[in-house]
Write a protein that binds this ligand. Structure first.
Ligand SMILES: Cc1ncc(COP(=O)(O)O)c(C=O)c1O
Length: 378
């Protein structure tokens, strides 16, 4: 049996997405910037995709910019948001993805902005009182806080954070890469400056993403060149990726409630099976379904003697998952997220992440293997 439980890393393409992309590949090869019929047809596909994405998010098409993925969207929001608005203070958390953390660190190193790190508790919640205090002391800050953490799944109440940001004239960016296509984002309700998406996290293609930029936010181009993306991102568009992204998001929204129920059921089932099968199994992150991404389950195992071998042993058994340990003192390899929430560095941790294609039989198989591993060596 081959089991894929690494859907937070990437997901398989939905066959309907492949169909939409292949049809475009076969029928539409024109350059969307060409003014002749071949070009115009392709331009229409891009604009239709933009309208679809904007419609699903309750945004305006002019607020959606297609990018090469989540990393580019996060980088752009942060660099352009800070530089073009002359922001001298940014606030973030140590749990952010490297697409955010490394970008902010680079700006800090270049002397563009100071960066304040919020404290986090052991379940991965950011300290919102500290955020409020920092915003009071530094109005017009740039705040970057992710919606759901990609390693431990803990959710941040971005509606609440957006309220605080508005009150203190702060610019708010949220990395929504892990929740896009899994939770509804209604931008008429959420007052935010930037959110981001990557198609491959919701059964779309890799190398295609988007950045939402609120119409009130004025920024300079991300890439200088041609007039693509309304002069904001030069370069011939990734047409097939954009078509696939829009189709994937459309399908995700149409089937969201059903998949959410199903995947939450898988996660609950795995938690129950692990608890009854392995002594002293623990879970990293908030385990309340209201505050936790339903696709992610981060498990901490007691078998410290096989910590280095855990993922390898699972791989040998046909199980694809990911994870790592907290960094032990003096080392900088390991998970910055598990380190920040104070996970015991000696215990092996594995992130299992699910999608609509997974089954309970797969969970039974994985739990059986995990039990074997922990019993053999612990
Ligand atoms: C939270 C988060 N942000 C950003 C990214 C980067 O997305 P991409 O690999 O599409 O650039 C990822 C991907 O792992 C992610 O999980």
């Amino acid at each position: 049996m081959q089991v894929y439980f690494d859907n937070a890393a990437t997901t398989a393409l939905d066959p309907r997405v492949i169909e939409a992309m292949v049809e475009t590949m076969e029928k539409h090869f024109g350059n969307p910037s060409s003014i002749h019929a071949h070009g115009r047809q392709v331009k229409t596909l891009i604009e239709r995709a933009r309208k679809t994405v904007a419609g699903l998010l309750n945004a305006a098409p002019a607020e959606i910019f297609f990018t090469s993925g989540g990393t580019e969207a996060d980088n752009t929001a942060i660099v352009r948001g800070i530089v073009d608005n002359r922001i001298s203070h940014a606030i973030t958390s140590p749990l952010e993805h490297h697409a955010v953390l490394h970008t902010l660190q680079a700006l800090e190193k270049q002397g563009v902005t100071r960066v304040s790190m919020l404290q986090v508790d052991k379940e991965g919640h950011v300290d919102v009182h500290q955020l409020e205090q920092l915003l009071k002391e530094n109005p017009r800050s740039f705040v970057s806080l992710m919606h759901a953490n990609n390693e431990i799944g803990t959710l941040t109440d971005i509606e609440y954070v957006s309220g605080l940001c508005k009150e203190h004239q702060a610019i708010f960016h949220s990395d929504t890469v892990q929740t896009m296509g899994h939770y509804p984002h209604d931008l008429t309700k959420l007052q935010i400056d930037f959110i981001t998406g990557a198609a491959h996290k919701f059964h779309g293609p890799k190398g295609a993403g988007f950045l939402y930029v609120n119409h009130n936010m004025k920024i300079n181009p991300f890439l200088y060149g041609g007039a693509q993306e309304r002069n904001m991102r030069g370069g011939t568009e990734n047409v097939y990726g954009i078509v696939g992204l829009a189709r994937a998001l459309e399908i995700s929204y149409a089937e969201m409630a059903e998949h959410r129920r199903y995947i939450q059921g898988l996660k609950d089932y795995m938690v129950a099976r692990l608890k009854e099968s392995i002594q002293d199994v623990r879970f990293n992150g908030d385990m309340d379904p209201e505050n936790s991404l339903y696709t992610v389950l981060n498990v901490s195992f007691p078998c410290t003697d096989i910590a280095d071998m855990m993922l390898f042993s699972l791989d040998i058994a046909g199980i694809s998952a990911s994870g790592g340990s907290a960094c032990s003192s003096g080392s900088d390899i390991g998970s910055h997220v598990l380190t920040a929430i104070g996970t015991d560095p000696a215990r092996p941790n594995v992130r299992f992440s699910f999608c609509k294609n997974n089954t309970r039989e797969e969970i039974d198989f994985v739990v059986h293997k995990l039990r074997e591993l922990c019993m053999e060596k612990a």
